[in-house]
Design a protein around this ligand. Structure first.
Ligand SMILES: Cc1ncc(COP(=O)(O)O)c(C=O)c1O
Length: 376
């Protein structure tokens, strides 16, 4: 059997990783400014993370959600405290799409409505409702098409008000910083407007924090910059530092009923051990503040460089928009300088490094991109 060929691949095979570095099968060392797509939050193969998962595996790796799993409670308490949402309730699943799928479903259970507001350039995942709320017709199969999702322009308060007047809205789903869409920051006043309109109409505010959450923006959730709480936060990626784990954090006003949500693998012992190890390192090493400090530094330095159209983002979620003629920069960074970065269309380089990246590592990246922006 061969692999189902859905990914255009770089001809690189990673065999080893530590901190912000990875090594290929030829022993070449690469700086990872991509974090495997915002997944690596505390650095590759962090010793505390490896030990916590290993220790857990020797005790019990999995048992189903039909029994008490105290490590889930421990995770809920720690996440509630560190995220500043102590009164919230945790539902564990396995991926970002699944988190959003459950969030959208839960909102509809809560208010009995069907219409969802999503935004232009949004990405919420590939399962049925999550992909229907994703602004990319190429990945929406005919079976996923629905008129229950209304797409509005991002950061357009008038369009939002008008949609609430015209439709019976169940939920509004928004990334605090759009990732796949090219690093677009939701304005504070837009998020505040969503809060007000959701309150006025008993709709549910869903903060998709799958990519921008877990400390990456310099606050635990990127939506926190607006000073208002969402009703549901979805998360995944950085939550497990590579171990597949996702979750939704749910406001107290949304009450559970038995069997309304469920999962086989979600919240298994091993996933909880991985997620706890991540939170322990984030807390001990003050990584949310490091994301802010290093993000501010990178953005300030990038803004001094020539030939960049725009630098956008917050913390360690940074987009560098380049003019069309510089469309080789990302490839050159990888193959000439051995630095992984992410991308988004049109010609945006995305930086999503580990939250414990050092100034030395940031400087290596800055020096490399400087050379590429000043071709001799
Ligand atoms: C904002 C956002 N939401 C949801 C998802 C889907 O997450 P997953 O690939 O874990 O299903 C992604 C993945 O890139 C994302 O960036």
């Amino acid at each position: 059997m061969k692999l189902f060929d859905v990914y255009p691949l770089n001809d690189i095979c990673i065999e080893k990783a530590a901190g912000s570095y990875v090594w290929d099968d030829k022993g070449e060392k690469y700086l990872d400014m991509y974090g495997g797509h915002a997944v690596i939050s505390i650095g590759h193969t962090h010793p505390h993370y490896v030990k916590r998962i290993e220790d857990q595996l020797h005790k019990v790796g999995f048992y189903s959600n039909s029994v008490k799993i105290p490590i889930q409670v421990e995770l809920a308490e720690k996440l509630g405290r560190i995220s500043g949402k102590e009164g919230y309730q945790l539902f564990l699943c396995n991926s970002g799409a699944e988190a959003n799928e459950n969030a959208l479903k839960l909102a509809s259970f809560y208010n009995g409505r069907k219409k969802i507001i999503a935004f232009k350039k949004a990405f919420h995942g590939r399962t049925s409702l999550a992909v229907a709320a994703t602004d990319n017709p190429n990945i929406i199969a005919p079976v996923n098409e629905t008129d229950n999702v209304i797409f509005l322009p991002f950061n357009d308060e008038a369009a939002l008000e008008s949609a609430f007047k015209q439709h019976d809205i169940s939920s509004v789903i928004i990334e605090g910083i759009q990732g796949v869409g090219g690093i677009n920051v939701a304005s504070n006043s837009f998020l505040q407007k969503i809060r007000t309109l959701c309150d006025d109409h008993n709709a549910v505010f869903i903060a998709d924090s799958v990519q921008c959450g877990y400390g990456r923006s310099g606050k635990f959730y990127a939506h926190d910059f607006a000073g208002v709480d969402a009703d549901i936060y979805s998360m995944a990626k950085g939550m497990g530092n590579g171990f597949p784990v996702g979750a939704i954090s749910i406001a107290p006003k949304i009450q559970p009923k038995h069997f309304m949500l469920g999962t086989t693998f979600g919240g298994n012992h091993l996933a909880c051990a991985a997620a706890l190890a991540v939170l322990e390192v984030i807390e001990k090493d003050d990584l949310v503040n490091n994301a802010k400090t290093m993000g501010d530094y990178l953005m300030a330095e990038l803004k001094k460089l020539p030939n960049i159209t725009e630098v956008r983002g917050r913390g360690l979620m940074i987009g560098i928009e380049l003019p069309e003629q510089l469309n080789m920069v990302k490839k050159n960074l990888l193959f000439k300088h051995r630095i992984f970065t992410g991308e988004a269309k049109p010609n945006v380089i995305r930086l999503l490094p580990a939250l414990n990246i050092t100034k030395t590592e940031a400087d290596i990246f800055l020096q490399a991109i400087k050379t590429e922006l000043n071709p001799v």
